[in-house]
Design a binder for this molecule. Structure first.
Ligand SMILES: [Zn+2]
Length: 316
């Protein structure tokens, strides 16, 4: 159990508890860090060293093999650190103490006393500290550098989390389906809207209400299907609603419009836009346009403004 391990280490060795499963000590000028791996039931012991030539590394391996029957492969070297895995077995505390003494003597004999686990520098700034959940002896410069790299990597990981490609694709996929749903709902609702506009009396009242309901039907369809409603979505669905209404009116009155048009312009003649504009008063004075303007345009514009304003206040 972990608490027992901590008790045994703190009571039985010079190592002190630093954080969860981490212990450290400065023993006879040597820097030791031990990490307990509960799953593997092993302790990883590290000691700071100077840059050691291969034959000296071999001499430490032989010494630990001879004295503590450690497998030679279990002794590893980083540039400025010697590491060893020690299983939690019978008498592991006295074994741990013996190994630390032995490593310490080896460092003294070979003048390999180290400091910072990363650069080997020794001095007043070297102390045990935690970077990214791992404890080690570090000099001031290495501590700063590692902390910087660690926060940069954290930041990078967070950034990737935020704009994870799958998530972005999912959101834009929902948006596309939302626009399709709004378009479909808009065309269906526009049929009902047309029937009300054409057949209901008092278009000033019913046409206005119908347009307000129509535009909110488009908003609601988009919002429900896409699960979002940003200001951008609001603008797009508003323009979509206006376009659907224009298409519906043109479709419903296309025949009447072409009849009206033929009365002012000869269909066999090529008519320029300028000619259309010069004939505009004549076209507008045609009774159909009076009906379109008074019974459709005005209630539609008022209904749209009410619908847009209502939804804007509701969403803000
Ligand atoms: Zn350093």
């Amino acid at each position: 159990m972990m608490t027992d391990i901590t008790y045994d280490i703190v009571a039985g060795t010079k190592l002190q508890e630093m954080g969860a499963n981490f212990y450290a000590a400065k023993i006879a000028g040597k820097n030791f860090v031990a990490e307990y791996f509960s799953g593997a039931k092993k302790i990883a012991l590290s000691m700071g060293i100077g840059r050691a030539p291969e034959e000296k590394k071999d001499s430490l391996r032989r010494r630990l093999t001879d004295l503590f029957s450690v497998h030679e492969g279990d002794v590893q070297f980083d540039d400025h650190c010697a590491c060893l895995m020690i299983p939690i077995e019978q008498d592991w505390v006295s074994r741990l103490n013996g190994i630390m003494d032995s490593m310490s003597h080896w460092a003294d004999e070979n003048e390999l006393t180290g400091g910072c686990f990363f650069c080997g520098r020794s001095g007043a700034t070297v102390s045990v500290c935690e970077v990214g959940g791992v404890y080690s002896f570090l000099c001031g410069a290495c501590r700063e550098k590692l902390n910087r790299e660690y926060s940069a990597s954290l930041e990078e990981a967070n950034k990737q989390k935020l704009v994870a490609p799958a998530l972005a694709a999912f959101t834009s996929g929902r948006r596309k389906i939302g626009y399709l749903a709004a378009l479909g709902a808009g065309f269906v609702a526009s049929l009902a809207w047309l029937l009300i506009i054409i057949y209901m009396p008092l278009t000033w009242i019913f046409g206005t209400i119908a347009t307000t309901l129509f535009v909110n039907c488009v908003y609601e369809a988009y919002k429900r299907v896409s699960g979002q409603f940003s200001i951008f979505d609001f603008l797009v669905t508003t323009l979509m609603s206006i376009a659907i209404l224009m298409v519906s009116v043109t479709f419903a009155f296309s025949h009447s419009l072409s009849v009206a048009w033929n009365m002012v312009a000869d269909p066999s003649e090529y008519v320029t836009s300028l000619a259309v504009f010069t004939n505009l008063p004549q076209i507008i004075s045609f009774p159909l346009f009076g009906f379109l303007f008074v019974s459709i345009c005005i209630p539609t514009v008022i209904g749209l403004l009410i619908g847009i304003g209502y939804r804007y206040r509701k969403e803000r």
